[in-house]
Design a protein around this ligand. Sequence first.
Ligand code: PMP
Length: 434
Amino acid sequence: AHEGILRRQSARESAARTYARALPIVPVRARGLTIEGADGRRYLDCLSGAGTLALGHNHPVVLEAIRRILDSGAPLHVLDLATPVKDAFTTELFRTLPREFADRARVQFCGPAGTDAVEAAFKLVRMATGRAGMLAFTGAYHGMTAGALEASGGATDVRVARLPYPQDYRCPFGVGGDHGAELAARWTESVLDDSKSGVPHPAGMILEPVQGEGGVIPAPDGWMRRMREITAARCIPLIADEVQTGVGRTGTFWAVEHSGVTPDVMVLSKAIGGSLPLAVIVYRDDLDVWQPGAHAGTFRGNQLAMAAGAATLAHVRENGLAERAGTVGAHMLAQLRVLGDDFPCVGDVRGRGLMIGVELVDPEAAADTAGGPRPAAPELAAAVQRECLRRGLIVELGGRHSSVVRLLPPLTISDEQATAVLDRLADAVAVVAR
Ligand code: PMP
């Protein structure tokens, strides 16, 4: 079955297949960190639905929540009508939000995917401000629909101004650290305040507290606070895209808690649906300018997703899994840095909580004369991914050059499992480095 399924799908599916191309496996069973393929092989899954599976695959509390709905006779589809399931989800979501935000927050159910919530956020701040432009950052990823795409990667739509996102390893200003972050902040100020910059007063600014697809780049807390000051002083709504960073992944329940920044809009998806599709925006109540019907959609009330999501949010909160992600993540980062010291092809190891990236570089190339990083090595990263798979470990690639091996294990990963993941990754790197 395994070979036949792979052959048929590769013949029938679009050439845009990405994960399926890099990971030729046929999952048929899964539990926690483990996936089993149709060929009987088992894998440790550190892709976790691109960061969706906060509790891993088929966690008992998630299965139980879904089963309860299925057995209760409750309707599975009621558009966006109020239901006990929706009430429980909203209550649990508001319980997890930073207090000063939750007290004045409204939620809009947006549709199945993160990109739907990004579109809703853009539309809302454009309606609220009467302005059109958007500020986004180099290396950003916000989704694949038109508006979200404008604000992602190398898109060049005139309505979106792209600003430097601070980073230590490939700092656009060549200095890194707090100094590099401050230069990035000043760049943003100067673009906004220069009437000749060609950037009209924007409707909003969207940022990821840790860039995920962009190659695991955590924003410094000080820079996050500067972005809050800069936008507040100019009445520009600040949109935090927590699609990937949310629900404990970075060591706090929401990643904005690290810096203490209160955004005006939060974009949430992935883990909030407990494995099933769900996306919302949560925003300051005075931005609630929609007219009835202004933002509709058939699939904005997925009862199973809300039940699975409420169970997930509650389980993460009640069991301190965000703190746990912080501790295990810090341990894994430290181990990986030791590994990096042994292999010149490991250019950088970085992350926050259980969002971890290992950047592969060309060890043969001369380091840049100013002591900067070596060139990115996407072919080495792809080779590490392949070698990991051979050793039963699933990892994702990311970064502007696809040169960053990404680990996004569930928050429930045990110490023993973390060690097994690190051992397999170390083996893979050692083989590729030979
Ligand atoms: N924002 C961020 C930060 C993401 O990481 C992603 C998905 N990787 C999205 C938005 C888009 O979500 P979706 O793929 O569900 O549309």
